[in-house]
Design a protein around this ligand. Structure first.
Ligand SMILES: *Cc1c(COP(=O)(O)O)cnc(C)c1O
Length: 384
């Protein structure tokens, strides 16, 4: 076990690390199986799918340290972490409460897969405590929320969710991808389990898919056993890359916080922009909540351009630094139109009800120069 380091900047470099044969960086253990040690039981067998190779061990200790959990588990994607966790704590006959504006993949899994397993669910307005009370059933087992919603960056009453769940003995799960451990530590607030798409900020380089679950040792061990059966484990080379990406997490996220705030302020004052949604802006409906819960507001913002749908499409085409692609949280500035990508499966009416119009553009700022990113948007918006 490594020494406990106090600050996230130090933890990201040192927690879980070990010196192997003098190497400052833990090498890739590109081996599917490991020789048994004398006296090892069957359960101590080390094998790639069982998430217990040296490359997994480093990550588990580091991820647990940075979010203040007892244990962590890495998975082959964010969706592997989410689905494996839900399937660990829910069984036939159980009921689940979920925030109503979920990540598309999670929404799809819940609505398409849970009914066949006999698991019931209800969507709640996580800003309205009364709505959860009304939907509580004797079979309710868990509440599932996200630290910020996509793409409108809404922030639920997270302390209220924890209070409600505790009062009724429910497990609390939060997808903390959008905040990242640099800006928010949900376990400190009392959440039982924090889940991430490590494809986003944690790895941060837009080059691998990965996920993780962080929480109490007993919970993480149960998820690990389920993952061993379902098979969504992360391979050694992706573990190595994720660990390499994590080292710079705090530097990247602080820069992304600063650039996103600057871009949001610039866009809010721009005549071609109708509205900007970013929790760091005073105009954001949950700005006060964001200020009290988060250390920073993250790298994602949304803007609605004036004009018609064609104008929104034209702005994307004119951007030179920002690339038109899904995903977020990485070193590249990425833009996309939620109505055409993440929320394309919804009807136009459903999108309108959620506030996701055809002129809405989501931006995830990278680590390029803030000056140049703002200038890129200035020329793209002026091109009209
Ligand atoms: C991307 C994302 C996921 C899914 O993660 P993958 O790594 O793509 O499987 C889940 N939740 C949120 C909030 C995300 O942004």
């Amino acid at each position: 076990m490594s020494t406990a380091f106090r600050d996230i900047d130090t933890q990201l470099v040192h927690s879980g690390e070990r010196i192997v044969d003098g190497a400052v960086c833990v090498p890739v253990f590109q081996s599917a199986t490991f020789v048994s040690r004398r006296g090892d039981s069957y359960h101590a067998a080390r094998y790639a799918r069982l998430s217990n190779t040296p490359n997994h061990d480093v990550l588990h200790a580091k991820l647990a340290a940075i979010e203040g959990g007892e244990a962590a588990l890495v998975t082959a994607s964010g969706m592997a972490a989410i689905t494996t966790s839900l399937l660990t704590f829910l069984k036939t006959g159980d009921h689940l409460l979920l925030q109503d504006c979920l990540y598309g993949g999670t929404h799809g899994f819940v609505t398409h897969e849970l009914p066949a397993l006999g698991i019931a669910y209800d969507f709640i307005d996580a800003t309205d405590e009364g709505s959860w009370q009304r939907l509580l059933r004797p079979t309710t087992r868990a509440v599932y929320v996200e630290s910020m919603t996509n793409p409108l960056l809404g922030i639920a009453d997270l302390p209220g969710v924890v209070r409600f769940a505790r009062a009724h003995g429910l497990l609390t799960m939060i997808d903390n991808t959008f905040a990242s451990p640099v800006n928010f530590r949900p376990l400190d607030l009392g959440f039982d389990l924090s889940l991430h798409s490590a494809t986003k900020y944690l790895n941060g380089h837009d080059d691998i898919a990965a996920g993780c679950a962080i929480g109490r040792a007993e919970h993480v061990e149960r998820i690990r056993q389920r993952l061993n059966h379902l098979g969504g484990s992360l391979d050694a080379h992706a573990c190595f890359l994720l660990n390499r990406g994590l080292v710079t997490l705090a530097l990247r996220v602080r820069q992304q916080n600063a650039t996103a705030l600057r871009l949001a302020r610039f866009l809010e004052g721009h005549p071609a922009v109708e509205r900007v949604l970013y929790p760091g802006l005073e105009s954001h409906p949950q700005h006060a909540r964001a200020l009290s819960l988060f250390q920073g507001y993250g790298g994602v913002l949304a803007l609605e351009v004036r004009g018609d749908e064609a104008e929104a499409a034209a702005v994307l085409e004119r951007l030179r630094i920002a690339l038109v692609a899904p995903s977020l949280g990485g070193v590249h500035t990425l833009v996309m139109r939620p109505a055409k990508v993440s929320h394309a499966a919804l009807t136009a009416e459903e999108r309108a009800r959620l506030g996701i119009g055809d002129r809405l553009i989501r931006v995830s700022v990278g680590i390029e120069s803030a000056d140049e990113v703002c200038a890129d948007f200035a020329q793209a918006l002026a091109g009209r």
